[in-house]
Design a protein around this ligand. Structure first.
Ligand code: ADP
Ligand code: MG
Length: 355
């Protein structure tokens, strides 16, 4: 039968998207400047994430895939911040229980030798072998959900949609990461690898968008660079009250940077119909912000949906993070005031570019 560990793991890693998100975030946490994501058979055969980050030292091998092992969380306060991720030491442990899982890693001081680690279902190291290795870590996940037959069948049935969801997430990471090179490829069970997209590292978000989508997309985009100072004295009384009782700050500055479609009426769509949202440069779900931006846009062009690449830059005290396995939903503390200010600013931007 299945162990409790296997069943619980199915709650952390719920789909293809959560596998990729956890692995990419681990690579970013390890300060990688290059991350390669290789799918085989849309991820059903394997998902491999290779980075050139810090690597893992021998002292951490034994505990790496044990439950609740993390090298990251230092305090409870960290939980609210977006620069710590995942399920606090549960990602690798869960992948161990749900797939054929192995890790190859080397630190700067280990190369050209690396170590390949294989694990038992429990997360204990099963075998260690010396392999050739560059600095960084490669995590391989084969046959995801192999021991949860219902979940596996469901994934197989919906694989096209699931794979597309993962690509959307990778698009977002690749576009926002101005200092990390992303390479994404997919290959059939037997056959040649097909590069889906790649970015260059050390590139602007515009250059990343051109590489991920198309160079043509750029011509139809306006730069977003809005600043709001949500000072209690300038807020409507209701939100000012909420704000001043919940927070001890006098002034709060929020910035919205990114790109949005130019609202050109009657012209064929050039920008891809994609909407990506970030808080402090991390992809996340912001349904309220999405709604506000779409409404402001539709006042000008109600025949199309805009391309949106919107990054909210704000203090970590200005929001709560509701971490669910498949997405990171952000709850803004002062949503009403922010969204009102945002709509006014967007309308002005669109008016200035109305043709
Ligand atoms: P968490 O990220 O919440 O700490 P994980 O299960 O995702 O938990 O990872 C466990 C630990 O393994 C991390 O804390 C980190 O020390 C190490 N680790 C995982 N992936 C990488 C990587 N790509 N590069 C370096 N270290 C890694
Ligand atoms: Mg992690």
């Amino acid at each position: 039968g299945r162990s409790v560990h296997q069943i619980q793991s199915g709650q952390v890693i719920v789909d293809l998207n959560s596998v990729v998100k956890e692995l990419v975030e681990n690579s970013l946490d390890a300060h990688a400047t290059s991350i390669e994501i290789r799918f085989k058979n849309n991820g059903l055969d394997s998902i491999e994430v290779q980075d050139n980050g810090s690597g893992i030292g021998p002292d951490d091998f034994e505990s790496l895939a044990l439950k609740h092992h993390t090298s990251k969380l230092s305090s409870y306060a960290d939980l609210g911040k977006l620069n710590t991720f995942g399920f606090r030491g549960e990602a690798l442990s869960s992948l161990c229980a749900l797939s054929t899982f192995y890790v190859t890693t080397a630190r700067e001081c280990d190369k050209p030798k690396g170590t390949k680690l294989e694990f038992e279902i429990s997360g204990k190291v099963k075998s260690k072998s010396v392999v050739a290795g560059q600095k960084g870590t490669t995590v391989t996940v084969e046959n995801i959900f192999k021991n949860l037959p219902v979940r596996r069948k469901e994934l197989e049935r919906n694989i096209k949609r699931e794979y597309q969801k993962v690509l959307n997430l990778l698009n977002a990471y690749a576009c926002i990461s101005t200092d990390v090179r992303f390479i994404v490829s997919n290959s059939p069970t037997k056959g040649k690898k097909n590069v889906v997209f790649s970015t260059q590292g050390n590139a602007s978000t515009r250059e990343n968008i051109a590489n991920v989508f198309s160079a043509k997309a750029l011509s139809s985009l306006l730069a977003l660079d809005l600043k709001f100072d949500l000072n209690p004295s300038t807020l409507p009384s209701q939100s000012a009250r909420t704000w001043s009782t919940q927070n001890d700050v006098v002034s709060r500055e929020i910035q919205l940077v990114g790109h949005i479609s130019r609202p050109v009426v009657g012209e064929g769509r050039q920008a891809p119909d994609r909407q990506m949202f970030f808080v402090n440069s991390r992809p996340c779900a912001l349904p309220q912000l999405a709604k506000a931006i779409n409404e402001a846009y539709r006042a000008y062009n109600f025949t199309q949906s805009p391309f949106i690449f919107a990054n909210l830059i704000m203090d970590t005290n200005s929001y709560d993070v509701n971490v669910s396995p498949d997405k990171r939903t952000i709850l803004l503390h002062d949503q009403t005031a922010l969204l009102e200010a945002l709509k006014t600013n967007l309308t002005e931007l669109f008016e200035a570019h109305d043709q």
